[in-house]
Design a protein. Structure first.
Length: 126
């Protein structure tokens, strides 16, 4: 599995980019999650302006196999959603770390439980 080193990961299989100068991070699901889900056919994302809370559900991903909750890896305000993924959910499968990102959040609180790429790789091997 490809787990970019510069990202951090949740045990619910979301990834988080480092915050930019504006305090905004990008959130997506991992390649492991995308492969486990199968073909994603519908994405429900949090609305811009809403506050998401670390560890709580903030959306859904529907695949040909199942419906899975999307969890917020951090607490903060949603600043942008990826309209491309809403219009073409298959991007989650084809480019989970690039064009398949889900939303951006201005982080106000980040839990200590986020994993490095190596820690996440070890977690998914078990």
């Amino acid at each position: 599995m490809n787990n970019p080193q510069q990202l951090r990961y949740s045990k619910e299989h979301e990834w988080l980019s480092a915050a930019g100068e504006d305090g905004v991070s990008t959130v997506g699901i991992t390649e492991f999650a995308a492969n486990s889900l199968g073909d994603v056919v519908f994405v429900q994302l949090p609305e811009v302006g809403t506050t998401v809370t670390a560890g709580e559900t903030c959306g859904e991903l529907e695949s040909t196999k199942s419906v899975s909750d999307l969890y917020a890896p951090v607490t903060g305000e949603v600043t942008e959603i990826n309209e491309d993924v809403v219009n073409d959910p298959a991007l989650v499968n084809s480019a989970p770390f690039e064009g398949g990102w889900l939303f951006k959040v201005r982080v106000t609180d980040e839990p200590d439980e986020l994993l490095s790429a190596d820690e996440y790789a070890a977690f998914t091997e078990n």
